[in-house]
Design a protein around this ligand. Sequence first.
Ligand code: GAL
Length: 820
Amino acid sequence: MKKMNNKLLLASVILLAGFLHVGCSSAKMGSAASNTTVLNNNWKFSNTVNGDAYSNNFNDDAWQTVTVPHDWAIYGPFDKKWDMQKVAIVQNGETEASEKTGRTGALPHIGTGWYRNTFTLPQFKVGKKALLVFDGAMSEPQVYLNGKKIGQWGYGYSYFYIDITNDIIAGKENILAVKLTNKEYSSRWYPGAGLYRNVSIVVKEPESFEQWGTYITTPVITKSAATINIKAKATGNTIYMVTTIKDAKGKVVATGTTKDFATKGFEQNITVANPNLWSPETPYLYTATTQLFADSTLKDEEITKFGIREIKYEANKGFSLNGKITKFKGVCLHHDLGPLGTAVNKAAMRRQLTILKDLGCNAIRSSHNMPSFEQLELADEMGFMFLAESFDEWVKPKVENGYHRFFDEYAEKDLVNLIRATRNHPCIVMWSSGNEVPDQYGAEGIVRAKFLQDIFHREDPTRPVTVGMDQVKQTMQSGFGSVLDIPGLNYRVHLYEEAYKSFPQGFILGSETASTVSSRGIYKFPVVQAKEKQYDDLQCSSYDLEACSWSNVPDEDFVLQDDKPWVIGEFVWTGFDYLGEPTPYDEKWPSRSSYFGMADLAGIPKDRFYLYRSRWNKEAETLHILPHWNWEGREGQTTPVFVYTNYDSAELFVNGKSMGIQKKSNASPQNRYRLMWMDVKYEPGTLKVVALDKNGKAVAQEEVKTAGAPYKIVLNPDRETITADGEDISFITVSVVDKNGLPCPTATNQLDFTVTGAGTYRAACNGDATSLEIFHEPTMKLFSGKLVVLVKATDKPGDIKLEVKGDGLQSGVVNLKSKS
Ligand code: GAL
């Protein structure tokens, strides 16, 4: 991308076909020459080894047998002693050091872990090539094959590969050993521990495509045709490349053959007629099969799903997708999956994205590191735009042992791998080189911003680069913000206007917004806006009026998003709660996970979810009442009622008595986006809200009722049929109801779980940020009347039964099926 140095230049058009790189298995493809083996099973693991365990003679019999992806720390126990940090969190405005107990999740991720895997690879023969690919390894992996060190990396979030052609032994057992080390004070959140993403081996012919060397763009898109530009790098003599493009139904729509192999690689331009464009609403994917031949023999093949779409960032107009101005209705996500920790699981990610679709969300920011390949594949398929981030630190530290230790040696390598491995995904519409890096200060910081951005431009000239900036004043003065393709503001709503005027780009991105805090189903009185508010129970109020000192409540962002065409969207902090960073209780044990999510750590929506849904989801009605109506002891006391709705006005009734009509107005940001009855006095019974259209006609209604004592357990699975692949998971929401079937919103019963048949109990989570119950034990307390149980398929198809019991309660049973 050319340097964009004024507002007009930012109108430069960015066209792209995204590409999903799929190594193909020769078994599946029949004739293909590349072969990818994922090393999932029969890993041996220990994190209590003193000394080295790489030798082939090392006896690992006593070690635990695990499957990878694996997160060794998620099994706990929670303890404040793990990674206790006595620090001042400078970026939070702290000046004095204090003890931070749950900052990295209070889980035992610090220390050294070893993984060993013994494998034979029949498809590897002398004369072939072999690559060992890590999708991520937490962290500082040292890699040994057959007793010899063959490679290492620094950053735990990076993808990397090692050429093992000369170290792997054909036809015999090989022993792979990986040593991982997590230092204390190396993270601001729970990073997980271990081989938490896939490890695989790719076997290739000497004539083959370079790993992550294929790059596809669509430089020209019209209604009647799209030009697909394919660049590929390959090694070998007398080779030529054939590409076949299929539509989503598998019909061949275009082909191309290139015989002129230049030193720089192959390049093809293939025309697809009447292209179906990719967008969040229509995530249409084509498939490209690129084949490499030498003397008519197929040597290598890559199968790639890709989309065709056009992105533009234009001064004063904003961002457009396929010619349509589009605002980012985005969420920031950390990489942990709550009770599964950081071990990648596609079912868990698909569930997250399903929940986010219902929210009306159209974009995700992988804060603050490289996303997993699985998440990008799902975003392509399900229709989410993606802001792929890389670093939380450059050279200046935020934490004592953070990424600054690696920057000089690895930053370029880390970015090159990120870009080459993922640049073909249509979902990615923007890169981020950093989040709130302290290098925003100082002249070297500007040089670094430019250095990193240039790497992105070199490897992928089709997408712009942002940095999430918190030092907005500083970056306006120093020129740091002007260097970036996209100025990203983290919070600082009061500076948007000034930043827009001061920066040359002609638009502003809310790269991180809100950081409002709440605990699902917990409400505090009196109902007032507050910053850093703390309560004795270490929870936050779900009236959604509490934020951090540096942040704000959602409505303040909404005003900017709605009134300023030059604000190109927002990425809310965060979609889901995550492990670690329990602000505002960083110093209060046992808080150990965040309160920022629109949904809790179990993935259950909090009230705030519906506030965003009422704006973002244009397809569905939102009419959500809060709080719950079980306030024994508050009779006669003021208990405000809020309604989050896409309707403009509504009337509220308490036990049939009207509390009046509320209409959205410009009196305050809250009045503009919420309907609020501030003076309601609590009396048990029924809260009813009736939504009204412009003529005052009732168009929809909702009720919340006071429930009696918990009586019966109710189970509600997200999917009743899952795949018998040993990985798929059904997420069952468990709640209790009273004798009349009314949900009990304050229930805290201890429940026990039993899974029988073709599935296993995997974990449970109740979303309580202060709970020390460990996820993989088959018992947990309800939090605000709910929790989620995760049941995992085995690799044998069959019936699965989950039974949930609790003292004095009628048990709940759900029958699931797993199919091959
Ligand atoms: C931001 C930061 C995030 C998270 C958030 C909490 O400043 O970028 O990683 O710490 O604050 O409000």
